[in-house]
Design a protein around this ligand. Sequence first.
Ligand SMILES: [Zn+2]
Ligand SMILES: [Zn+2]
Length: 383
Amino acid sequence: MTVFGCRSCDAALTVPVSRVALPVHADQKYGNGPGSLAPALEPGTFAVNPLPSGSPWRRWAELEAGEAEALGWYAPRFRISTGPVGRVLLAPGDVRGAVIDPALVGDSACCGLDGGEPNMVCVTCGTPVAIRIDDCGLRQAIWLDPLTTRVIEDGPGPHPVLGWADLIDQRPGIPPSEPDGGWHPMWAATAASALAHLLAASGGDPILIPDHQVAEVFRPTLDRLVGPVGTGPGRTLVLAGPGLPDADVDFALIPEHPQTGELWPVAPPVKPVPLAWDAWRHLAFHQAPKPGGRSRSRRRPCRHCSRATGSSPTAKSSSAFWPDCPRSGSHGCVPSTNEAVPTTTRSTSSDRLTRRDSALLPAGSLSSATTGAQGAALLGHVR
Ligand SMILES: [Zn+2]
Ligand SMILES: [Zn+2]
């Protein structure tokens, strides 16, 4: 549990919050409807952006070769930040002791605050400490300035990190479309990021997608960018992760842990394509109801070891584990969440992306924090 405060006067500026992974939609701009998007984070949580943010800015045209990649950008844009790293993202309701200063609010936004520079000040001492964002098409957010704020209390929080099996139980996923038929904004961000990773990993080769729900998400854009799969040998993309069989294909669409940012491990030569947990969970375990029929989950993970199963538990089973779990009985599936997933081979998203970068992307670092905005940027670049 962490509390942030003002560097100048030590006044607390947040309620106690728990760290989560920086979501791929953290800096999202989406659509042109009235009002802002939902907050980028759940209440009671915070995330840290490891990339530079804010002033000073550098124009793309003035950058030396490799400089943009070193700062986390892979597609041209008018300017990029070379400011401080470590900006802290919060849900607006979790901030205390800071107010918007009208004198600091710029006039570049449409109908709200776009937050190019700090526009909130510490109530106690008047130091600019944060950026409030609520303009149309932007995520509701407050970003703490790392130069004027700091951690004033730190310790273990009351929200334990969930194992993969518990995530399946407690975070059921989000459907890709909204009631009006448009994309859910989170889906737009994570699908763009996944497509960028997939294109970089495949080198633009045609890709087979056997799962029709996965194909519905990615096929239209892939067909437009690299063309449909022909008669020649194709490379294949499948879902992999907790509750699913190990992938034995070219590309595995894997989940990112929403709290830790860990990626579900896959063994080389399978290349991982990360997707936000809430999107992955929906693709992996949701099946649209058949017309006139009953809706049912198409796959059910073993409750305790998360491994794939092909059928439901028998009526006599106690739900301790699924009877055809490959790890059940003598194979070691026991009702213990500690056994949910192997831990020794997990890698963090930053580890994995760092290792992957040299093979998949232009030289330079690419953290999980960059993949959302730059996923979309990469797509734009490929087009
Ligand atoms: Zn507006
Ligand atoms: Zn202060």
